[in-house]
Design a protein around this ligand. Structure first.
Ligand code: ATP
Ligand code: MG
Length: 439
């Protein structure tokens, strides 16, 4: 009987070994930059109670309305959801474990998020975010600090121009007054709205401003702007942020139409956008969410955070020709089976003791075809434990990518097995020195 071909769930991607080094390179640099600003990692579960997101994201948002992977645990009847974002989870964990009682916190996370959206370039059903949350800081200093952190990250990654768009959503009261003006404006122009906008008119009119429908742009462009509804305090916060950005030479554009998908945002909101990814050009979104800790049952504490869409940044890195470290090992060990295999096994383990990454050839093959494998592995050195070498308690060492004829082991040479680790670790260090010396 023919079995079904098994495939991954639509919109959920595998990251294959040729691609994984790029992810590792991104993650390593992102973690470096987060640490440079004093952020500490937090890991929360991928599954949470559905009510956390309903409360913490908002019932009338795109995410809660139609994008969540929610299910009933058949074994105990609990309503659970695969996390569509991590801010609500981080805040839940902070409240649950009392992390905010004595000091504010700078936290970061990384991991998969799940949203049931129509898969397309840059939009997947399982995607990844690296995010940060600063809890207990009223800003605007931390708002600016997070923007500086992100700018540093884009610079370190060398992903080319990314522009910053900034807005202030004010306070809940200011938003309510703006919202009333928006509803009146869109009601007066109801004929011009599309079905999506009409649906949002009374549930989430702010989100109409975020429409991707080109036909609605002129209408949306002329809509009442939140900026006109900001009071003294909100304006002072917004201006304070802009002064700090200017002091550090960060360029940005104020976009009065910029809103965020989540209900709980207030004051600062921003997006980092590139033109090189087509329609899905936002690589990071962030801003303040001062009401959230209180909304989720904690003692009120202000919050500010961002989330980076990792797949989109990876695509920019790929386009910039970055591939990450593709080498599988430092040393490839060849043998001729039987007793030579055992000698090669001991040699490989002693090389690992010396801190080297080693592939020991698996199975039997001619030395010639093993040498081809060694070459393809990207290893710097081949170690050959053939019958004659093993008989003498030695191995032959050959540099596979020697830069010069004078480089260690440019010419194949025998080394006693007992000295192998030291010899190759030393040779690698010499090579690395000469590389960094020429830079
Ligand atoms: P959009 O308006 O494009 O749906 P959003 O407001 O839902 O965006 P956020 O919740 O702010 O997005 O998520 C932050 C970042 O995560 C986005 O800027 C984007 O880079 C990335 N992201 C969001 N949804 C997806 C997805 N389905 N696939 C891949 N990346 C995503
Ligand atoms: Mg979305």
């Amino acid at each position: 009987m023919k079995t079904d071909r098994l495939a991954a769930v639509r919109g959920m991607n595998d990251v294959l070994p040729d691609e994984a080094p790029l992810w590792e390179a991104f993650e390593a640099r992102a973690i470096d930059v987060l640490r440079a600003y004093g952020y500490r990692q937090i890991r929360t579960p991928i599954v949470e109670h559905t009510r956390l997101f309903a409360r913490g994201i908002g019932e009338v948002t795109d995410i809660v309305e139609k994008e969540m992977y929610s299910f009933v645990d058949q074994l105990n009847g609990e309503n659970l959801t695969l996390r569509p974002e991590a801010t609500a989870s981080v805040v839940r964990a902070c409240i649950e474990h009392n992390l905010l009682y004595d000091a504010p916190r700078r936290l970061w996370y990384i991991g998969p998020m799940f949203r049931h959206e129509r898969p397309q370039r840059g939009r997947y059903r399982q995607f990844h975010q690296v995010g940060a949350e600063a809890l207990g800081f009223a800003g605007p200093d931390v708002d600016a600090e997070q923007i500086l952190l992100l700018k540093r990250l884009w610079d370190v990654l060398e992903i080319g121009p990314v522009r910053l768009e900034l807005n202030s959503l004010g306070s809940a009261e200011e938003r309510a007054r703006h919202r009333a003006a928006l509803v009146a404006y869109f009601e007066a122009n109801a004929d011009a709205l599309d079905a999506d906008a009409r649906r949002r008119l009374h549930s989430n009119p702010l989100r109409i401003l975020d429409t991707k429908n080109p036909a609605l742009q002129p209408l949306v462009e002329a809509a009442p702007r939140i900026t006109e509804y900001l009071g003294h305090e909100s304006l002072a916060h917004f201006e304070g942020l802009q002064e700090l950005l200017a002091a550090r030479g960060v360029s940005y554009a104020v976009n009065p139409r910029l809103v965020r998908g989540l209900d709980y945002y207030n004051l600062t909101v921003y997006e980092w956008i590139t033109d090189r990814l087509g329609a899905q050009g936002t690589i990071c979104g962030g801003g303040r969410y001062d009401p959230l800790v209180g909304m989720l049952g904690g003692r009120p504490a202000p919050g500010c955070g961002f989330a980076i869409g990792v797949e989109r940044v990876i695509e920019l890195l790929r386009e910039a020709g970055e591939r990450g470290d593709q080498t599988a090992c430092d040393v490839y060990v060849l043998h001729q089976g039987g007793a030579t295999y055992l000698a090669a096994l001991h040699a490989a383990e002693s090389l690992r003791d010396a801190g080297l990454d080693v592939i020991l050839h698996g199975g039997e093959a001619s030395l010639k075809s093993q040498m081809k494998r060694a070459d393809a592995s990207g290893a710097a050195y081949a170690v050959i434990v053939g019958e004659s070498e093993a008989a003498d308690g030695e191995a032959a060492v050959k540099a596979l990518r020697a830069a010069t004829a004078q480089a260690p082991f440019a010419e194949q040479r025998r080394v006693p097995l007992a000295q192998l680790g030291e010899a190759i670790a030393g040779a690698l260090a010499t090579e690395q020195e000469s590389i960094s010396g020429t830079n």
